[in-house]
Design a binder for this molecule. Structure first.
Ligand code: NAD
Length: 509
């Protein structure tokens, strides 16, 4: 596995993969054919490590989206009609191929996103696990309920809704795309995927492996380009029945408007400003490890990151002092180095945004213990020192807005009610983390905190059948297990008369 290799070995391997990608470029894949955009225009994807060009990427237009949606529309009836076992076998083969290519996928993902290889190696494998998980359910996904009455047998079945538009963000693109595409294909839907323009490299591999695994032409299509043009066209297309979107809350709002004329079903996984609430009676060592992991892993570019630290007053100074020390020891560096814990941010624009929040912390009157500026030894690329800010007021912008970088904002609280008020004071509601040994308190907090997912005495440990999603401006709908099939499928009720029940005889009485 890539994570066990040395930095030098990773650099050697990625040089070869990069040369391949640079020569081939990233193109569209429509109806099983890899091709340039209709206009032949391209844009460039850069590596956050040093902002050098990785390759040219097809810059598509509405015409390319039209062709992809038509292909997905044409392929839908046969794919939907295929028996679940055949779909399952293809998706299993797909998972095998992802595993066989995991090293290449994870190294290119690190190169394209700046995410440390120590996390990306696992993310590629999780992509394969997603396919196996949903493949196993492909046969049963159509099963519904039996709802008998005395005179009718009502039963429900689920049928795939139709072609799906999948729109994904740049932070961990490969894994996130499989989390949408795997259940959609298992359900019997066809897909048009529009990956983020800032990290499009692994989406091409994902689509190509699907074809190699035996997906019929048109079942999975890839269209590259900008959100405001091709993303928008996808959400407006009449052949697309639903949009599975992961990205910013403001983009979700636009997509809802764009999809309104064609009454799109939407599933949104959006931003977060997730609290980690640490009570004085908690196992503070474990809480410390978890709070640091959940904020500084994946460069802090993680929707479920615990970006607000709420600590009970009696242990606030001790806890934040220990945390501040640890943050200065986080290893920042080249993401291809297996020792690296925080890599470069996705692009210079995002780097400036995070740096602005570092400056804002001081302006707003909070205490910056570390962070901001360029780390030693990282002369090129989009690197920033991991940031820890304490003594914040819950109303400050640094305590309210999603920063999406290696940046943690801490504040204290005195009572359970105050902790809850602070936790619920933001527009977001994706995840919450609660640390206490008092079960009654933990359960009460968990029920009252405004979040789609709560972890008690734990970091984000995922269980694929469990529902994933947020409340408030963090999202609409749930993924995971059967929840995914509820989105990608329509439920149909069928009522059969069991005998001669009464029918009003209008016009005959
Ligand atoms: P973004 O909203 O800028 O872009 C996401 C995707 O939407 C991209 O592919 C983009 O091209 C496309 N897009 C942009 N405008 C569009 C439009 N008008 N119509 C259709 N598509 C459009 O998000 P980002 O900056 O790439 O990603 C970071 C965000 O994603 C953060 O807010 C983060 O919290 C969120 N995120 C959420 C989850 C979750 O599960 N809740 C997971 C990962 C990331």
């Amino acid at each position: 596995m890539a994570e066990k290799k040395t930095f030098e070995a990773n650099v050697t391997a990625v040089t070869q993969y990069r040369a391949e990608v640079s020569a081939r470029g990233v193109k569209n894949i429509i109806n099983g054919v890899r091709k340039d955009s209709v206009t032949g225009k391209t844009f460039r994807t850069l590596s956050p490590i040093d902002n050098t060009i990785i390759c040219e990427v097809a810059e598509s237009t509405t015409e390319d989206i039209d062709a992809a949606c038509q292909a997905a529309w044409n392929a839908f009836p046969a794919w939907a009609a295929l028996d679940g076992k055949t779909r399952r076998n293809i998706l299993y083969r797909y998972a095998d191929l992802i595993e066989e290519n995991a090293e290449k996928i994870s190294l290119l993902e690190s190169l394209d996103t700046g995410q440390p290889i120590r996390f990306m190696a696992k993310a590629a494998l999780r992509g394969a696990a997603n396919f196996r998980f949903f493949a196993d359910r492909a046969e049963e996904a159509q099963n519904g309920l039996s709802l008998p009455t005395n005179d009718h047998l009502n039963y429900t079945i689920r049928q795939p809704i139709g072609p799906i538009g999948v729109i994904t963000p740049w932070n961990t693109p490969f894994m996130l795309s499989t989390w949408k595409i795997a259940p959609a294909l298992a359900a019997g839907c066809t897909v048009v995927h529009k990956p983020a323009e800032l990290s499009p490299v692994t989406a091409q591999i994902l689509t190509e492996l699907g074809l190699e695994a035996g997906l019929p032409a048109g079942v999975l299509n890839l269209v590259n380009g900008y959100g405001e043009t091709v993303g928008k066209a996808l959400t407006e297309h009449v052949h697309i029945k639903a949009i599975a979107f992961v990205g910013e809350s403001s983009t979700g709002s636009l997509i809802m408007q764009q999809g309104a004329p064609t009454l799109k079903r939407v599933h949104f996984e959006l931003g977060g400003k997730n609290p980690v609430i640490v009570f004085a009676d908690a196992d503070l060592d474990r809480a410390l490890d978890a709070a640091i992991f959940m904020k500084y892993s994946l460069n802090g570019e993680r929707c479920t990151s615990s970006s607000r630290l709420l600590v009970e007053k009696p242990v606030y100074e001790e806890f934040t002092t220990r945390l501040a020390e640890r943050v200065t020891q986080i290893k920042v560096g080249n993401p291809l180095d297996p020792e690296t814990e925080v890599g470069p941010l996705i692009d210079t624009g995002h780097l400036s945004k995070v740096q602005r929040y570092v400056d804002l912390a001081v302006e707003e009157g909070a205490t910056k213990t570390s962070g901001g500026g360029r780390p030693d030894g990282c002369e090129t690329g989009n690197y920033i020192n991991p940031t820890f800010v304490k003594d914040a007021d819950p109303t400050m912008r640094i305590a309210q807005e999603e920063i999406f970088g290696p940046y943690l904002t801490a504040m204290s609280f005195e009572t359970d009610a105050e902790a809850l008020e602070i936790a619920n004071s933001v527009n977001y509601g994706l995840a919450a983390y609660i640390w206490t040994k008092d079960v009654t308190r933990a359960v009460n907090m968990a029920h009252k905190v405004e979040a789609g997912m709560v972890w008690i005495n734990s970091q984000n440990v995922r269980h694929l059948p469990a529902p994933f999603g947020g409340v408030k401006q963090s999202g609409i709908g749930r993924d995971g297990g059967d929840y995914s099939f509820d989105f990608y499928m329509e439920t149909k009720n069928i009522a059969i008369a069991m005998g001669d029940h009464s029918i009003s005889k209008l016009g005959a009485e």
